[in-house]
Design a protein around this ligand. Sequence first.
Ligand SMILES: [Zn+2]
Length: 79
Amino acid sequence: MTDTTGSSTGGPTGGPTGGPTGGIDPALLEIIVCPDCRGDLAVVTASGATELVCQACGLAYPVRDDIPVLLVDEARRPA
Ligand SMILES: [Zn+2]
């Protein structure tokens, strides 16, 4: 039995965990945007905490258990 159509497992982007995405699925990062202004989000890791910082408005969204919390109410606003 061979399944040549199976593409749900693995993938070409398999890389080491704990990389530049802070444990966040790179595919997820590709599709999520700032809920406030729809700007691109950049992963910022500091002191073990990971945030997604909007490159447009500067809001920093927390990441909990590798899950981005894209709520404006939860975001840290730039000074
Ligand atoms: Zn924004």
